[in-house]
Design a protein around this ligand. Structure first.
Ligand SMILES: CC(C)(COP(=O)(O)OP(=O)(O)OC[C@H]1O[C@@H](n2cnc3c(N)ncnc32)[C@H](O)[C@@H]1O)[C@@H](O)C(=O)NCCC(=O)NCCS
Ligand SMILES: Nc1ncnc2c1ncn2[C@@H]1O[C@H](COP(=O)(O)OP(=O)(O)OP(=O)(O)O)[C@@H](O)[C@H]1O
Length: 198
């Protein structure tokens, strides 16, 4: 079974993904893949330089993530330019990793895709698990984790579909407003219902 794990920024996907790892389930993580495909020397990074200029490259030749983030989270047209360059490379590498896990005998593969709904990738997966929080919790946890101003945190949140919309497209929803233990208990119930654990 291919399970899509999604939510929105700072809703708790990584927290849930770490719990899934404890069950020994393989995870394909879109945020990790997004870093691999822009490593120095890649065609994708060259295209990003063409579109955004040399200013977005650090002295080490890497993509300056803070700089690119400050551009794209405040400008929808620039975000689209970046997405159009980087998303095809992310998708290809994610599918490659998924197939590798299956070839190695995995019965269940988790695909952790923050933008599953925004990028209309529902067809990549058989079940969709949405990790949700209230808007207040999301804003507070994002500001704390990334040391962002309220304005910057709100810009990031509003560059994604609202969690209420994502919940509608879910096969199961985990409410992550409570404690980590409460989240763990909900995850266990879902995995049991789906026959992933007994
Ligand atoms: C803009 C970048 C450089 C910012 O890097 P940074 O290290 O600050 O953040 P990180 O990569 O850890 O992403 C954090 C979260 O931001 C959100 N996010 C990232 N990119 C986007 C985007 N294009 N649109 C909306 N939300 C996004 C996701 O929820 C993601 O989980 C980076 O996020 C990036 O390369 N984005 C484009 C690739 C992408 O769409 N990634 C999302 C997973 S497919
Ligand atoms: N139940 C919880 N109680 C308290 N803090 C939590 C809880 N769940 C997550 N957090 C904290 O909230 C922040 C966001 O969680 P996490 O990093 O798992 O979200 P995410 O959805 O993976 O975010 P992103 O899409 O930005 O990678 C982290 O600092 C995490 O430690």
């Amino acid at each position: 079974m291919i399970i899509g794990l999604t939510g929105s920024i700072a809703s708790g996907k990584s927290t849930v993904a770490n719990m899934l790892k404890e069950y020994g389930l393989p995870i394909v993580d879109a945020d990790v893949v997004a870093r691999v495909v822009v490593e120095p020397g890649t065609a994708t990074l060259a295209k990003i330089v063409e579109a955004f200029g040399k200013e977005v490259i650090t002295e080490n030749g890497e993509m300056d993530r803070a700089k690119v983030g400050s551009i794209i989270f405040h400008d929808e047209s620039k975000r689209k330019v970046l997405n159009d360059i980087i998303h095809p490379a992310i998708r290809a590498e994610m599918l490659r990793q998924r197939d590798e896990h299956i070839a190695n005998g995995a019965k269940t593969v988790i695909m952790d895709i923050p933008l599953l709904f925004e990028s209309k990738l529902q067809h990549y997966v058989e079940k969709i698990l949405v990790v949700t929080v209230s808007e207040e919790t999301q804003l507070r946890r994002l500001m704390e984790r990334n040391q962002l101003s309220e304005e910057d945190a709100r810009a990031r949140i509003s560059s994604q579909l609202p969690l209420s919309e994502k919940e509608k497209g879910a096969d199961a929803v985990i409410d992550n407003n409570g404690t980590v233990e409460e989240t763990r208990a909900q995850l266990e119930t879902v995995l049991r219902n789906w026959g992933v654990i007994s």
